[in-house]
Structures are given as structure tokens and as C-alpha cells.
Write a protein of this length. Structure first.
Length: 308
């Protein structure tokens, strides 16, 4: 019987082209189908108005009608305006105090709510509730407490500085804003700390316990070093959010007494209402740059933490 050698398959007999490129094209089409509309909406609603606002910051526009280019005149005036400097001083000081108070309370609450205690899940739910309530609603509730309930308690107990509303006291009005803002901000920071604490291996605590470490020693030498990344992220996020404080301040003091508690955001919006459109656009641009720097620092810190 004659032997036959296998013949090389012809071009017509080649295996069908793999479907991977087709799937890739389908994936790209789906990806672009979601991405392009989102980019268009973002550009129309965010990027374009922001670019127009930056342009108008170099003009003398009042928000409508004719205007002239004035160069950097608005920016130069910002650094010599007592009202602008006062709003930045108050906002930065308020943000620093609030972020320290918020993170201190949130951290110790997180430590307590991750301990082996009864009803810790129910307690977590209770402590998270302020986070889901509108800031303006919280502000009006505390406005009533500071203006009516607390003075009545001060009168009954004979405590002098509590007999009048904290909101009308030029020296203490800022403190009421710090208390209410921290009360609402603690839950979100607490949740981040709880996630970080639950990620710490329990073996570390067992090993330190065998070495004779006390509860305080474990907190100092085990918990805190492993939580530095979470603490840093919470501080940056909180500071950035507190710089934009608006609704709680409006509901509590509306920037008063006088302009003692007027934040940067309130100064910008108030200026728009008074016809200082271009001037406050320059203020908003400076504020945007500051917020962007903080956001980039937060992103770098987050990426650094993920890399570890």
C-alpha cells in the first residue's frame, strides 16, 4: 500500500480568524458608549462654566451686559481686601480645629465600636445617622438649641456665658459651628477608621498580648502605626471638605455676628448677589487652585498607601 505524506493545508483551509479582536472592538464600543456621553455632560456642566468663570475673573463684568478686560487687577485686589483675608483666616482656622476634633472623636469611637462589646452593630448604626441628615436641617435644629435651650440651661444653672446664645457671641460663635460640623462629619471618618482597624490582623494583638503589652501599649505600638495611612487620608479629606463649609454656617449664624463667621464660600456667593461677579470669580479661582492642590496631595497619599 502506497504511503501518502500529509499535505500542507492550503490558505483556504486555515482556521477561522480568532474572535478576540471582535470582542475587543465590541468592548471598546461599549466603553466609548458610556464614556463619551459622560464626558460631554461633564464638559458642558463643569469644564465649560469653569473656563468661562476663569475668563471673567480677568474682566470687570457684573454678571451681565458689557465688560472690559482688566488683567490681574481683581487678583491684586484680593490680597489687600480685609473681607477676603478675614474669610480665608476664619475658614482655614475653622477647618484646622474641626479636622482635629473630628478625627480624634472618630478614631476613639472606631476603636470602641470594633471592640468585643454587645450591640456594637446597633451602636454603629446610631453613630452613622448624622451623616445621612441634611446639613441645613442639622444647622436649624442646633440653632434652636443654641438660641433657646442652652441659654435656659445657663440661666437655671447660673452659668454666665451660657445665658446668652453662643451664636450671637462674637468670641464663641465659631465654636458652635465647629461643634455642629464635627457632629455631622464624625460618622464618615469613623467608618474609614473602622475599615482600617478591621484590616489589622488579630495575630498582632495576640503576639503583643503574649509579650505583656497592655491595652494602651497595643493602641500605641500596634494600632496607631498601622493606621497612619487612614489618619492621613481622613485629615486631608476632612480639611478639604471643611474649607467649603457653607450650609451649616448659613443655618447657624449666616456669617455673623457681623462677618465674624463668614467662610470663603459664603463670601463668594454673597459677592455674586451684590454684583461683584468678576471679583468673586477671581476669588473662586484662587479657592479652586487651593482645593486642587489639596486634592492632588490627597490622591498622592492614597496611591502611596495602596502601593504599600
Amino acid at each position: 500500500m502506497a504511503l501518502t505524506t500529509p499535505t500542507k493545508p492550503s490558505n483556504d483551509a486555515k482556521v477561522a480568524t480568532p474572535t478576540r479582536p471582535v470582542k475587543r472592538r465590541q468592548f471598546e464600543a461599549t466603553y466609548l458608549g458610556f464614556l463619551v456621553p459622560a464626558l460631554i455632560c461633564f464638559t458642558i456642566t463643569i469644564t465649560l462654566p469653569a473656563a468661562m468663570g476663569i475668563y471673567f475673573s480677568f474682566t470687570d463684568s457684573v454678571g451681565f451686559g458689557d465688560y472690559n478686560l482688566v488683567g490681574l487687577a481683581n487678583y491684586a485686589a484680593l490680597f489687600t481686601d480685609p473681607a477676603i483675608i478675614g474669610s480665608y483666616s476664619f475658614t482655614i482656622g475653622f477647618a484646622l480645629v474641626t479636622v482635629i476634633l473630628t478625627n480624634a472623636l472618630a478614631f476613639f469611637l472606631a476603636v470602641g465600636l470594633t471592640a468585643q462589646i454587645r450591640a456594637r452593630v446597633a451602636l454603629r448604626t446610631i453613630f452613622v445617622m448624622p451623616m445621612v441628615i441634611s446639613g441645613i436641617v442639622i444647622a436649624y435644629v442646633f440653632n434652636f438649641l443654641f438660641s433657646n435651650t442652652l441659654p435656659a440651661v445657663g440661666e437655671y444653672l447660673g452659668i454666665g456665658f451660657l445665658k446668652e446664645s453662643l451664636l450671637s457671641n462674637p468670641d464663641l460663635a465659631w465654636l458652635s459651628i465647629v461643634i455642629v460640623t464635627a457632629w455631622q462629619a464624625v460618622p464618615s471618618a469613623m467608618l474609614i477608621y473602622i475599615a482600617g482597624l478591621m484590616a489589622i490582623p488579630y495575630d498582632l494583638y495576640e503576639a503583643s498580648s503574649l509579650d505583656g503589652a497592655s491595652s494602651f501599649g497595643q493602641l500605641k505600638n500596634v494600632t496607631l502605626p498601622l493606621m497612619t495611612g487612614y489618619i492621613g487620608i481622613n485629615i486631608i479629606i476632612g480639611f478639604k471638605n471643611f474649607l467649603g463649609a457653607y450650609d451649616i454656617i448659613v443655618g447657624l449664624t449666616n456669617g455673623g455676628p457681623g462677618v465674624q463667621t463668614r467662610s470663603i464660600a459664603m463670601t463668594i456667593f454673597t459677592g455674586f448677589e451684590r454684583g461683584d461677579y468678576a471679583y468673586q470669580m477671581a476669588n473662586a479661582t484662587v479657592f479652586f487652585i487651593i482645593s486642587l492642590i489639596i486634592a492632588l496631595f490627597q490622591l498622592r497619599l492614597t496611591n502611596k498607601g495602596q502601593a504599600k
